[in-house]
Design a protein around this ligand. Structure first.
Ligand code: MG
Ligand code: MG
Length: 251
């Protein structure tokens, strides 16, 4: 069932998106050689709680931490722990909060220090694929119009797009209908209507797009153990167009 949001509800979700931006602003400068992913998680949790919100992922289906932190060949759902970041690592940081009864969900990928052009392109492609797709938005689009543009952007850069995990609606639940694949055919899928709020989250792989889950039951890695990146933003669709609820040029 698809739930369309009022402008009041969109405003609350936007405020949740602002809290996530504050998390990114606090965590990004801490991404340095030697810091553990658990230390990053602690920073995230304290920013969320200070904003009178709750971590959305902690306890969700038993997930033990506040953020999903996925390093290098890890695509999504990495569990923060004692792993120390190393120079050249690619770090996907996915965070969600619950604020005034509504969820927010957003992700960034950062690097530990400077990386070569190829790795930087992998990182940039996740964000740019979303921006490129959404900037072309026209009323009457279906989710396949988004997915097909995200996919073609990613493939034009020589990378692949993950099929097994997709974006989603968001609101009173962290994962709502419709599913939002980062691939597909233009003109296909659920119609995008005013009031729809989507968490769009391209996952980009350096090699083949197939993934598997590690024995911890959570961490999703590329099957070929090549690198991956991830970017997620919430977009509200309105009569006038769209609003990016968790975008920020600084992070
Ligand atoms: Mg997320
Ligand atoms: Mg999500």
């Amino acid at each position: 069932m698809i739930s369309l949001k009022s402008s009041r509800e969109i405003e609350i979700i936007r405020q949740g998106g602002e809290i996530l931006k504050q998390v990114f602003i606090a965590v990004k400068p801490a991404i340095e050689e030697g810091i553990t992913t658990e230390e990053l998680d602690t920073i995230a949790e304290s920013v969320i709680r200070k904003a009178n919100a709750e971590p959305a992922f902690k306890g969700y289906r038993g997930f033990p931490k506040t953020a999903c932190i996925s390093v290098n060949e890890e695509v999504v759902h990495g569990i923060p722990g004692p792993r120390k970041l190393k120079k050249g690592d690619i770090v996907s940081f996915d965070i969600g909060a619950k604020f005034e009864g509504y969820y927010s969900d957003s992700a960034r990928t950062w690097t530990v220090g400077a990386v070569d052009e190829h790795k930087q392109s992998l990182v940039d492609t996740a964000r740019k694929s979303l921006e490129c797709a959404i900037e072309q938005y026209q009323p009457g689009w279906r989710v396949g119009d988004l997915g097909s543009r995200i996919q073609s952007y990613i493939e034009s850069k020589g990378f692949q797009v993950v099929r097994d995990y997709v974006g989603h609606g968001i609101g009173r639940n962290i994962h709502e209908d419709p599913q939002v694949p980062n691939y597909g055919k233009a003109g296909h899928g659920v119609k995008i209507q005013p009031g729809l709020v989507l968490a769009i989250e391209p996952m980009v792989t350096e090699g083949h797009h197939s993934v598997e889950t590690l024995d911890d039951g959570w961490t999703v890695v590329t099957r070929d153990r090549k690198l991956a990146s991830h970017y997620e933003e919430m977009i509200a669709f309105t009569e006038e167009g769209f609003i990016r609820l968790s975008a920020d040029n600084e992070v």
